[in-house]
Design a protein around this ligand. Sequence first.
Ligand code: TRP
Ligand code: ZN
Length: 491
Amino acid sequence: MNLQRIFSLLITACLLAAFSAAAQDGQLDLSSAGDSLYPELGSSGFDVQHYTIRLQTPMDENAITAEAIITAVATADLEQFNLDLVSLNIDNLTVNGESAEFSRSGSELMILLPQPLSAGDSFEVVIQYHGMPTPTQDPSLGARLGWNFADGLVYVVSEPDGAQTWFPANDHPSDKATFTLEITVPEGFVVAANGVLEETTTQDGQTTFRWEMRQPMATYLATVNIDRYVEFESESAEGVPLRNYLPERYSRFNDRVFGRQGEMVDYFSNIFGPYPFDAYGAVVVDQPLGFALETQTISLFGSSILMGDADDVVAHELAHQWFGNSISLEDWSDIWLNEGFASYAEWLWLEHTEGPDARDAAIAEAYGFMSGDGWQEFGLTNAQIRAELMSMGLTGSPDPDNLFNAAVYYRGGLTLHALRLVVGDDAFFEILRTYAGQYTYGNATTDDFFAIAEAISGRNLEKFKRDWLYVIQIPSIPAMRLFPPNLGDSN
Ligand code: TRP
Ligand code: ZN
């Protein structure tokens, strides 16, 4: 080990000691947004207003050179603060124009303020960085999260914690912000990102695309997709601008898979309230990925999704623009507020297009799966079925390693249908509209949703909420004659 290396290690050790001493002064854990499932995500003590990410990538290798300009407001008196950033090399870091000392430990970036801040102060952080983004492995879906470079294209899927693989972030949905994404690529490539494409300029064989996301966005919903895309522009009947980006060889899928997107936007706007963003559309990644993600204003679809009948997935990702994107989670444990609602929206679309019988058939099938009834025909013993249902966990309190599972998606959707049958259609749709309206661009919890449901229905829903979200045994839906089978006791 050379002297210089020892010296820099010593400096880092001293900085770390200084940081932890300072952190002990206040009660705030600066390195956490306080999430119950993912305490390592995000930070406390400030509120990001806007991220400007200027990023350049050569596209013949996995490499980025970037500058992040973060404007934020201190929510506490601060001498230091944290951001999340996975690997990547920091070349320069300033706060309010003064160069700032920082240290790193894992994905925590700790920044010492050149001048202390008081609660309420605005500040600007500028970070120049470069390197080879390294996606992280998602425990529940097996997706590679964050900035993915593969076969000469780039796609970004980050739920829940991939954003920090490509920009320094307060990486938790409780801190939403507006975004400018200014991405420079070799001429010929097209960049599909969030919001509205404001400007495209080409110089010296490089094209810069400037995308503006003008409504608040959670970090995991930020996306940059780079390929030789064909763009399809249109508008819903009610006037919501639509733009889809597909690789040339998938062009013909635009009509087949996304042909009814405009109708869906107008239908959901009608029942949930106005579409919350400036535009909508889809981007297709030319990789055989079996997932889709509700990246804000431009949902992302792996090419494998295009092969079957994708109407349900298209409706699902669109519904997330209201439930998940416009209204975001305060805590990841409430993930059913995203996935249960988007899953229920698939059944609403089915009801709208094929009628209530088709809807009921789909709901009965999901109930059979979630109650264990539908498993008996596969020759599983009752004990095996009980074990399967146990392993999925609770809809309202999932395991952090198994966030995106059937108890969250299907039982979450069933919870909403059961609620509809208890309170009646008029109250139910008023509940959905009021919830979507009241928390537009904000954050909500399960209790916030049930407070609205109770106020509108005039019912006490405590027991309903507990039985559907926090008990393993699924409740019955008597109005549909759906009852859980007797699987024996759990000994
Ligand atoms: N939210 C996505 C959906 O239901 C699923 C999802 C969760 C996902 N984490 C992801 C997709 C990571 C891609 C990458 O539509
Ligand atoms: Zn979803």
